[in-house]
Design a protein around this ligand. Structure first.
Ligand SMILES: Cc1cc2nc3c(=O)[nH]c(=O)nc-3n(C[C@H](O)[C@H](O)[C@H](O)COP(=O)(O)OP(=O)(O)OC[C@H]3O[C@@H](n4cnc5c(N)ncnc54)[C@H](O)[C@@H]3O)c2cc1C
Length: 509
């Protein structure tokens, strides 16, 4: 019998797949990463849409867990100080929340003295809560209700201890915050509508949920953890004339890819996997779109669970109940991105800027998506890098009622520009090029089923030991030798790399 050329094949070179590959290659495993796109990184990419139009095309902020950066000795561009988080208000001065709690409190004072006094305690609570979530995300969940062995349950025990160490009051408040609506959580803390809405925008960012939905307490803590607060920390992009070099968020993926290769791992781009080969419940390798078959004893899919099981493995190889549960995973993308190249002087500062003036505004924006429509008054989050203005537009549902994305893309662009121009009038006459990424593009180009950024909604019934589905939260699958490591499993989404790190721990490295 001939030996396989590779011990492990990883399907998808998103940051999680690359983290898993880097750890395995470092452990001297023969690893091959297969990526369908011409570039690595998945949603963590810096792409060029034309001359002087380099952007972090999909995800614009965040970085890997510090332990991963340290273990893999990654050299990443240093990010300068954290930007401010600015909420745009039409009939009042904007609310500027500095990353320094004392400075933020000064600005919040203009809206409410009481809220300003509460702010440092709120930041402390959120940092504490994010810290507990971080521990939860590095804990491999037991396969409840299937196996509750000592080994599998030990992580939960440690997590419980961490919770207990937070102190009784914080422990209770943390547990209570998770199922709450962002609105309720914020109303318990603040009185200023402007402040509550600005924070609530972070709770709904990337979710097809409004701030009045249960569980947005959890998504607020999740996003706070991923951003390290309210503002995004974008990696610096090259400015015109500065030369290229590896910059922007894509530098994270590039650094990971280099580490994989430095340890002897291989990466092939434009290598779409169309089938994961299974024989008698055992993964045997993969087949590419070209027809090439590549054998391996272990296959790790960094692609979302729906694609992995329903397309790549196929329902015939899986237990019917497992197939049914996989079909029921909620994927509901409702984000579009609009990148605007300007000739300068757009007047938008290089901070994290949101249009979320009130909780009702956010909830109404979400109402549109509930009925298959695009928000006429959208929630926007805007970041700029030199001449480029990047806008996260919510809500733009993947499934449109009575229309199609081919028709609606330009409307989203116009809505974005017109809404922005109410606050920054110069923008309209400064645009020289643009790029729209619709939820359909997120699916077709970036491989996100239904344009769902997190490979499955971050909801309480798709959380901890229920992610991706109850009974299969420890990266294993009903197919021996097949594992999951993308954002659709426990500890994803976001750009922490935790899912990629955890799968390798399950494999014993
Ligand atoms: C606009 C936007 C905003 C976001 N905001 C937030 C946020 O605020 N908070 C948060 O936590 N997260 C956010 N995210 C989500 C976060 O970026 C993702 O959870 C994370 O980056 C996913 O990483 P991944 O490595 O798990 O998967 P991906 O980056 O999706 O990588 C999967 C890879 O698999 C490849 N692939 C797919 N199918 C195949 C195949 N058949 N064969 C070979 N390769 C294949 C894809 O091309 C891709 O490269 C956001 C994402 C986007 C797009």
């Amino acid at each position: 019998m001939t030996e396989n050329q590779y011990d492990t094949i990883i399907v998808g070179a998103g940051h999680n797949g690359l983290v898993a590959a880097a750890y395995l290659a470092k452990a001297r495993k023969k690893v091959l990463v297969l990526e369908r796109r011409p570039i690595v990184g998945g949603t963590v990419v810096t792409e060029s849409f034309g001359e002087g139009f380099d952007v972090d095309s999909v995800w614009t902020g965040g970085t890997l867990r510090p332990d991963i950066i340290k273990d893999l000795k990654l050299s990443l561009p240093t990010v300068t100080e954290k930007p401010a988080f600015i909420s745009l208000l039409s009939d009042a001065e904007n609310l500027v929340i500095d990353s320094d709690p004392a400075k933020a409190a000064e600005s919040i004072k203009h809206f409410s003295e009481k809220d300003a006094a509460r702010w440092p305690e709120f930041v402390r609570f959120m940092n504490m809560a994010a810290g507990i979530l971080d521990v939860a995300y590095s804990t491999i969940m037991p396969r409840l209700p299937k196996n509750f062995s000592f080994d599998e349950g030990y992580g939960l025990f440690e997590l419980g201890l961490e919770l207990r160490l937070a102190g009784r009051r914080d422990m209770l408040n943390f547990i209570r915050a998770l199922p709450m609506t962002a609105q309720e959580l914020l109303e318990e803390n603040f009185e200023s509508e402007e402040l509550k809405a600005a924070i609530a925008s972070v709770a709904v960012h990337g979710q097809t949920l409004g701030p009045m939905e249960a569980g947005t307490g959890y998504t607020l803590i999740h996003n706070w953890l991923n951003r390290g607060g309210l503002a995004l920390t974008p990696s610096p992009l090259p400015k015109p004339g500065e030369g290229q070099g590896v910059r922007g968020i894509g530098s994270i993926s590039q650094a990971l890819a280099e580490t994989v290769k430095a340890h002897g791992g291989q990466i092939r781009c434009e290598a779409e996997v169309t089938r994961i080969q299974v024989d008698k419940q055992q993964a045997k390798g993969v087949v590419l779109a070209s027809g090439e078959a590549i054998p391996a004893g272990t296959v790790i899919s960094a692609v979302d669970p729906k694609q992995t099981f329903l397309s790549l493995v196929g329902p015939m190889e899986l237990p019917p109940e497992f197939v049914w549960k996989t079909q029921s995973i909620k994927m509901r993308g409702s984000v579009a991105k609009v990148h605007l190249l300007t000739n300068g002087d757009h007047g938008i500062p290089e901070e994290t800027i949101v249009l979320a003036p009130s909780i009702k505004y956010l909830e109404k924006a979400y109402d549109a998506a509930k009925y298959g429509g695009i928000s006429e008054k959208p929630y926007l989050e805007v970041t700029t890098s030199g001449n480029v203005v990047s806008v996260h537009f919510q809500y733009a549902p993947y499934k449109l009622k009575n229309s199609a994305w081919k028709v609606e893309a330009e409307r989203v662009k116009d809505l974005t520009i017109n809404t922005l121009a109410e606050y920054f009038p110069a923008i309209q006459s400064r645009i020289t090029n643009y790029q729209i990424i619709t939820p359909l593009d997120l699916e077709q180009t970036y491989g996100l089923t239904e344009g769902d950024l997190n490979h499955g909604q971050l909801m309480l019934d798709q959380f901890l030991f229920m992610r991706p589905i109850p009974g299969w939260s420890n990266h294993k699958t009903p197919i021996d030798g097949l594992y999951l490591c993308g954002s659709g499993v426990h500890s994803g989404g976001g750009v922490s790399g935790a899912a990629g790190r955890n799968v390798v721990r399950v494999l014993g490295f």
